[in-house]
Design a protein around this ligand. Structure first.
Ligand SMILES: C[S@@+](CC[C@H](N)C(=O)[O-])C[C@H]1O[C@@H](n2cnc3c(N)ncnc32)[C@H](O)[C@@H]1O
Length: 249
């Protein structure tokens, strides 16, 4: 009894050490990436906080194969996902696009300062940006910038990519999640009013409708909450072709 208690304590101690080591490592990487943005203290603080508090970067890092392949990131903002992957030793080719020219430029300069290769940033509308047969297509926090009809078109393109063999990762705040949806909406108002992000009507999707749309397009979807330590209504959809998940006879 005493021995098993000691073994358990050693195991717990090891896993705590491992966790705090991983956490420490994440902090160092977040700081390194933030420092590469020579755009003022406020932005550097924002980048560091976002990389540490938002679980989407960790989840994407775990879902994207480390050895190679390609990632397309729609509405990439400052390209933090690409920098995070590279900082974690991923050998992927990363292409990000965003309408915000200054963000694209800042991300590009940060990648140069960090000496990362295989990272490209494009200033353009994601509705026109080719998905480039990427192994993984990411659409993080972008759907709510699009009116219904454009959301539907984008979902069709993403589903087509999944049917072609891509893993599609969609993360977005959702409508209908009580106080979380309200806080997410308020934060979005703030980003628009402050000029941080330009955009038209705020149009958060509904989780069930989004899943149903991918389902109609022949995709299989795994859904889970992904708000981490944030107060937002964020969910992650992991979308693949249904034919990949069906059991062989
Ligand atoms: C909330 S930010 C998310 C940034 C990034 N995906 C992330 O998770 O860190 C949304 C981004 O989508 C961009 N965006 C909005 N509409 C867009 C469009 N039609 N084409 C490309 N980017 C767009 C905005 O400029 C903004 O940088």
């Amino acid at each position: 009894m005493e021995l098993s208690r000691k073994v358990l304590m050693i195991l717990m101690d090891d896993s705590l050490k491992e966790n705090s080591l991983a956490q420490q490592n994440r902090k160092v990487i977040a700081m390194k990436i933030a420092k590469a943005f020579e755009t003022g203290r406020w932005l550097r603080g924002y980048i560091q906080g976002k990389l540490l508090a938002d679980p989407v970067f960790h989840v994407a890092c775990e879902s994207i194969p480390k050895q190679g392949g390609s990632v397309t990131d729609l509405g990439c903002g400052l390209g933090l996902l690409g920098l995070w992957l590279k900082a974690h030793g991923h050998r992927v080719t990363y292409r990000g696009c965003d309408l915000g020219g200054w963000k694209i430029q800042a991300g590009h300069l940060a990648a140069l300062r960090l000496g990362y290769e295989g990272v490209t940033f494009h200033e353009c509308d994601m509705m026109q940006f080719s998905l480039g047969n990427a192994d993984v297509v990411c659409a993080f926090d972008i759907l709510h910038y699009l009116p219904d009809e454009a959301q539907e078109r984008l979902v069709c393109r993403l589903a087509e990519a999944a049917r072609g063999g891509s893993l599609v990762l969609v993360r977005n705040g959702m409508r209908g999640c009580g106080w979380r949806s309200l806080v997410t909406l308020m934060e979005e108002w703030w980003t628009r009013c402050s000029g941080w992000i330009g955009g038209g009507r705020i149009n958060f999707p509904e989780r069930e409708s989004l899943v149903a749309a991918f389902d109609r397009e022949g995709c299989s979807v795994e859904v889970c909450p992904l708000w981490g330590r944030t107060p937002f209504s964020s969910y992650l959809l992991r979308v693949v072709s249904r034919s990949d998940t069906q059991e062989q006879p």
